[in-house]
Write a protein that binds this ligand. Structure first.
Ligand code: ADP
Length: 239
């Protein structure tokens, strides 16, 4: 489904998920109310690729984080075909030279404890110029490569990569852990790295003990804690 302007592609699917089929894609040229984690504002001007995908599969793993990783891996793959190498920032962003080029937000629709639907929202900076106040933390394809990409073609390539390269192959009970391991291999953090964990206004420095799909085990001065994705921001320490 295509819209010239929408408030948010994720919000649209959250409203109409019941009557829309699984794998519906909502694409908009411009979002007026795009949002990231913890409802932080996501700037979505014309020229970027803003879309969301609805998943209501039968007999597939239903953790929203699997679907976030599905798109992180697919977009990384497609951008590398356009000669732009990106780094996956745990848990949900793609970076170029430490600047965010893509943010991916997964949202679950719950019926009690059961996930009935998953919505993945993708914000990829492509032909859009980054506003001055975000220049230090964000970049776009055109700013990196001085070249524009066809958004419709890119949208198709990302979704067919997601579907044929990863979804059909790995989104099965006995295969999903292989996919999570593949994603961990592609992350910008490793066991033993020091990171800064930021939650609300509290900052803590710690060492990574182990990396899992949905959480990190961190050693904070001898005390081991689990840090779940979604609760915190993690910054890699430069030493
Ligand atoms: P994080 O995962 O870094 O905590 P979020 O996923 O919550 O961030 O995304 C929201 C944040 O991303 C905003 O607070 C802003 O700093 C940044 N941001 C907003 N729009 C864009 C954009 N188009 N490209 C890159 N970064 C953006």
């Amino acid at each position: 489904m295509y819209f010239d302007t929408i408030d948010s592609t994720n919000a649209y699917l959250k409203k109409y998920w019941k009557k829309l089929p699984s794998e519906t894609i909502v694409w908009a040229s411009k979002q007026t109310g795009g949002y990231g984690r913890m409802k932080r504002k996501w700037i979505s001007q014309r020229g970027g690729l803003w879309f969301s995908v609805l998943f209501k599969p039968k007999n597939r793993p239903m953790n929203p984080w699997h679907y976030v990783r599905l798109y992180t891996m697919s977009i990384k793959y497609v951008l590398s075909k356009y000669r732009l190498e990106t780094v996956i920032k745990w848990p949900n962003d793609l970076l170029v030279n430490n600047k965010k080029i893509c943010g991916i937000l997964g949202e679950g629709i719950y019926t009690g404890n059961i996930v009935s639907a998953i919505i993945v929202g993708i914000g990829l900076n492509v032909n859009n110029i980054i506003p001055d106040d975000l220049k230090n933390i964000a970049t776009s394809y055109v700013e990196e490569k001085n070249k524009e990409l066809n958004l419709k073609k890119l949208l198709k390539q990302i979704n067919s990569t997601a579907y044929y390269k990863y979804y059909l192959k790995y989104f099965k009970k006995d295969k999903i852990s292989i996919f999570t391991k593949l994603w961990i291999k592609n992350l910008n953090i490793r066991h033993g790295d020091f990171i800064k964990v930021i939650s609300q206004s509290i900052e803590k420095r710690g060492k990574i003990v182990s990396i899992h799909g949905d959480y990190l085990e961190i050693d904070f001065d001898g005390k081991i804690e689990k840090i779940y994705a979604g609760e915190v921001s993690v910054r890699k320490e430069r030493i």
